[in-house]
Design a protein around this ligand. Structure first.
Ligand code: HMG
Length: 386
């Protein structure tokens, strides 16, 4: 049975910060951010958005009345969860108006968890081929004002359906996952911001990529010539280049040129949004499909990485008509509003975060489909934006 991604969509916040303005404010050469890190813009999160509202907004883009009836399970991957007990997926299910008889759960392993969701969904579809599994990766990447990680912040969500006879990407049978207890990036329960050993994390990322890819090659016999693109989790766009360079070295043959050009296409959206954590790899996929030389029948390799650490390399084959199964990300990005560094810092400091008190947010400036209007009696208040 063919199983894979049937539809894929993306949502982000309505605001962004220009990285040249951030560099100037921080007294850094803008080329460090633009070239050294490879980021141009960063999604800025108003207090009225969180992992729930972003995840629901991404999923809304692929909903139809027929699909709502077919979804048996909602798997929400996030490391920006809003409760230690209750799953983000329950709120999202309610905001989307999905039926009562739906299984919902939240998954966590840093940026890797959406890929765990895809693999679990594959198994669920194999058991019940009529069903569709909704997999969402939704996050807010926060390191803190004036930290080395600040330029790699970002926010947004991807949503996808995994089904039999998929219309976007048919997944190959072999995938290689690897894990190890490593302290490269973590966020203790009492902290709103991630803690990170930045340079160490980039090295671990590369190690996991090379190890999982080589094992995949041993298991399948596939070589670079078999791939039309290698797509990466992109915490910042330069990270994808570092990983591909580690594989290709200074080789300049036809395969290397094809993979480098595909990487450039896959980086375009990340460069405008920043790190999405769980959703990042799938935004790279969207970016390649909408900006690269993608065509039906191509085999794509996907490398998922989550600090802590876990990596997985897997692959799939593009289906005819795949372009109709995506939302147009460039339209979303063009409709965002720029904010100043001062406005970004105010929004950064006004998140609900670990606050225990009742809070009411001004919602009128946020055009997103779902809003967090505040907190009452320790309960987050979500609403549909009419
Ligand atoms: P830094 O201190 O800014 O690093 O931290 P740097 O001073 O070495 O500069 C970065 C690059 O800019 C260097 O290039 C410089 O040469 C270059 P590289 O050697 O890396 O190729 N540079 C310039 N280039 C052009 N013009 C200039 C200039 N000046 C300098 N004028 C770091 C960078 C990424 C470490 C930091 O931002 C950070 O800690 N980020 C967060 C951690 C991260 O993203 N890690 C990635 C791997 S781990 C991962 O992907 C998982 C994650 O998504 C979390 C999860 O799983 O949940 C993060």
């Amino acid at each position: 049975m063919q199983i894979g991604i049937d539809k894929l969509s993306f949502a982000t916040t309505p605001f962004y910060l220009d990285m040249v303005e951030l560099a100037q404010e921080r007294g850094v050469d803008p080329n460090k951010y633009l070239i050294g890190i490879g980021q141009e813009k960063q999604a800025v999160v108003p207090p009225t958005q969180d992992a729930v509202t972003l995840g629901a907004a991404a999923a809304l883009k692929l909903m139809t009345p027929e699909l709502k009836k077919r979804i048996s399970t909602v798997l929400v991957a996030t490391e920006s969860g809003v409760d230690n007990s209750k799953a983000t997926a329950i709120y999202i299910k309610r905001l989307l108006g999905l039926p009562k008889f739906t299984r919902v759960v939240e998954l966590k392993e840093a940026c890797y968890a959406a890929t765990a969701g895809v693999m679990m969904a594959k198994g669920l579809v194999a058991m019940d081929p009529q069903s569709a599994i909704l997999v969402i990766g939704t996050d807010i990447a926060r390191y803190g004002i004036n930290t080395p990680g600040e330029v790699t912040q970002g926010a947004g969500a991807v949503a996808m359906t995994i089904t039999a006879n998929p219309r976007l990407l048919e997944l190959d049978q072999v995938s290689v996952a690897a894990s190890d207890d490593i302290m490269d990036f973590w966020r203790p329960l009492y902290s709103e911001n991630a803690m990170v050993e930045g340079k160490y994390s980039t090295q671990i990322y590369i190690d996991f990529f090379l190890q999982t890819f080589r094992r995949y090659q041993e298991m399948t016999g596939r070589r670079l010539a078999d791939f039309d693109a290698l797509l990466f989790h992109l915490p910042f766009t330069k990270m994808g280049k570092k990983a591909l360079d580690a594989l290709l070295g200074d080789c300049n043959d036809v395969n290397s040129r094809r993979l480098r050009s595909a990487l450039t296409a896959s980086q375009l959206y990340c460069r405008q949004v920043g790190n999405l954590y769980t959703g990042s790899l799938y935004l790279s996929l969207l970016s390649f499909l909408q900006n690269g030389q993608a065509s039906a029948g191509q085999r794509l390799g996907l490398f998922s990485y989550g600090s802590g650490a876990e990596g997985e390399f897997y692959s799939g084959v593009l289906k005819p008509g795949f372009a109709n199964q995506l939302n147009d990300v460039s339209v979303d990005l063009a409709s965002r509003q720029q904010v100043t560094v001062d406005e970004y810092e105010k929004m950064f400091d006004s998140q609900l975060g670990l606050t225990e008190s009742d809070v009411s947010f001004e919602t009128s400036k946020d055009p997103s489909p779902f809003l967090l209007s505040g907190q009452v009696g320790h309960q987050r208040q979500y609403q549909v934006n009419k």
